[in-house]
Design a protein around this ligand. Structure first.
Ligand SMILES: O=P(O)(O)OC[C@H]1O[C@H](OP(=O)(O)OP(=O)(O)O)[C@H](O)[C@@H]1O
Ligand SMILES: O=c1cc[nH]c(=O)[nH]1
Ligand SMILES: [Mg+2]
Length: 211
């Protein structure tokens, strides 16, 4: 597994505003969207391409286009939905599958309440969107499901990750697993309620309100 922390002043600036408890939903949504686009640029560095012949107004040349099959973007509902537009802005031809998952706030166990994905992910590059990698339970369950239906190449794009969650993903799949985690920061730790410290609070609630 590879962890890539995107080190860029614009990423750090936007993340700081997202962390601020005074930032309200409309600004939080806009900044999450902008931040994901910056992370997506790094997350797609390994996107597969194939040669394509084209004619410019001056000459013929060989360029590249994204290879088939199309990449698949998988936002994890609810909070991952706030990352979808930012990701597909850079990957407009990607297809989108959905996983609905929720973490029990007492046991911290993740469960799946919805899935709508292609039957077979063989050969597809998969990009999982989830703003918070906390205990890692949600991401492990999501990746396990994608592997079960044929995925062999998964990149998780997270706004924030906790060291504990990264360790859980590594120990669940092994250090050599074909998994990349791209994040704006690895924070200090989890608190006793499984929240990332210093973190940004409950990403779903800050995007969409308390339910
Ligand atoms: O790493 P974990 O400990 O599993 O926690 C991370 C998960 O918790 C949050 O989802 P939540 O369950 O709050 O659902 P929501 O997105 O609907 O708010 C977050 O969006 C992640 O999916
Ligand atoms: O800090 C955290 C941990 C899990 N889920 C969140 O939304 N925030
Ligand atoms: Mg939530």
């Amino acid at each position: 597994m590879r962890v890539q922390v995107v080190d860029h002043p614009l990423v750090a600036h936007k993340l700081t505003v997202l962390r601020d408890a005074k930032t309200e939903s409309p600004t939080f949504r806009r900044l999450a969207d902008e931040l994901v686009t910056l992370l997506a640029y790094e997350a797609t560095r390994g996107a597969r391409v194939e040669p394509q012949e084209i004619s410019t107004p001056v000459a013929t040349t060989t360029g590249v286009k994204l290879a088939s099959p199309k990449p698949l973007v998988v936002p994890i509902l609810r909070a991952g939905l706030g990352m979808l537009d930012g990701m597909t802005r850079l990957l407009p031809t990607a297809e989108v599958g959905f996983l609905g998952m929720v973490r029990d706030e007492e046991t911290l166990q993740a469960s799946t309440y919805a899935h709508r994905l292609p039957d077979d992910l063989s050969g597809r590059q998969c990009y999982v969107l989830d703003p918070m990698l906390a205990t890692g339970g949600t991401l492990v369950a999501a990746i396990r499901y994608l592997f079960e239906i044929g995925a062999t190449d998964v990149t998780a794009v997270c706004l924030l990750a906790a060291p504990e969650g990264l360790d859980v993903v590594t120990s669940s799949f092994g250090a050599d697993a074909p998994i990349t985690v791209v994040t704006a920061a690895v924070d200090e730790r989890l608190d006793e309620n499984g929240y990332i410290v210093p973190g940004l609070g409950d990403a779903g609630d800050r995007l969409y309100g308390v339910v």
